[in-house]
Write a protein that binds this ligand. Structure first.
Ligand SMILES: [Zn+2]
Length: 137
């Protein structure tokens, strides 16, 4: 409880929480506010969130927590954004092609299905018909 306040951050309740740093345990941040009390969660995501979003007091001594990476969040965000774009572009290329095949197949079925019934029957009819045609020649 002897740590000094090194900055402020918006807490889960939307109020202004103090950000303090427990220098004894991996430089983990913890937050203190009247509405939420003391939150000493040391999870990587929480520590990273505080590191990235806290308004640190000018002149305050702030050490990077042991489980926080110094990579800017912009890097990971751009990677996340680029992947969905590629997936959307990929499905956009594949979708137009698949319906065409699906539509042409049923279109051919009804006329021949009336004769043979199932698709397998159509195949047998076509094969036997072709065989008979070849045989008769
Ligand atoms: Zn709070």
């Amino acid at each position: 409880m002897s740590e000094k306040t090194v900055g402020h951050i918006q807490c889960a309740a939307g109020n202004r929480a103090e950000v303090r740093q427990a220098v004894r345990r991996g430089n983990h941040f913890y937050t203190v506010c009247d509405c939420c009390g003391t939150n000493q969660g040391t999870g990587k995501a929480r520590q990273q969130w505080i590191w990235d979003n806290a308004e640190f007091i000018a002149g305050a001594t702030v050490k990077k927590p042991i489980n926080v990476t110094d990579e800017k969040p912009v890097v990971s965000e751009s990677t996340v954004e680029s992947e969905p774009v590629q997936i959307e572009a990929g499905t956009g290329d594949f979708d137009p092609a698949e319906p065409v095949e699906t539509e042409s197949a049923p279109a051919a079925k009804p006329g021949e299905t009336g004769m043979g019934g199932k698709l397998v029957g159509v195949g047998l009819l076509l094969a036997s018909g072709l065989g008979a045609w070849l045989w008769n020649r």
